[in-house]
Write a protein that binds this ligand. Sequence first.
Ligand SMILES: C[S@@+](CC[C@H](N)C(=O)[O-])C[C@H]1O[C@@H](n2cnc3c(N)ncnc32)[C@H](O)[C@@H]1O
Length: 206
Amino acid sequence: MIGGLYERALAGYGPVEIEHANGDRSPLPVELWQVGRPGDETLLGHCSGPTLDIGSGPGRLTVALAERGVPALGIDVTPHAVAMTCAAGGMALERDVFHRVPGTGRWATVLLADGNIGIGGHPVVLLRRVADLLGADGQALVELEPPGDTTRTESVRLRSARHIGEWFRWAYVGADSIAGHAAEAGLAVIHSWTEADRWFAALARA
Ligand SMILES: C[S@@+](CC[C@H](N)C(=O)[O-])C[C@H]1O[C@@H](n2cnc3c(N)ncnc32)[C@H](O)[C@@H]1O
């Protein structure tokens, strides 16, 4: 995800694909991340209080929250994505979620949307970090794969017609597998729901 090819895709320099470890390829859906997806509304509706959008990309959720009066900060490791969020009127910082993040221990809502539970390739490690970021009564809203999809981690890389990126690790977590990972991170599922073929869970401190 990280790197020049992702930035080129965001900047509209032609299609970029995700290459999976088994050789399969799928399109990198940057348009969906920019114009919005069915199901976004329900996710936004569950955000309350100061919200940290982890891996905010071009910032459609960060910006939508700000527009409805919810204080929101996007963080992303990709400079062009952060610049796009700021240009669209959102607040965003170039930050790795595993490094220093403002408001650590005070966020009311932390968002992991669009498969961002995959960041780093270790869902429990990421959820432990999310638990650090949350305030005592905070909630994490996590988007998941459909029920029945077991947790898996794979190496992926981005490629275009002319460029190939570095391999990096990414994880996928099915809706019926999140409770175990949450428990290992000191969190519990307090609510789960589905909308527009997307699956979500709200987590809070166990
Ligand atoms: C699947 S895209 C999410 C798109 C985004 N939610 C949106 O609405 O456009 C994953 C995003 O996570 C970012 N990312 C990857 N690793 C990260 C990390 N360690 N910390 C913060 N952001 C990260 C990538 O740069 C990318 O923008």
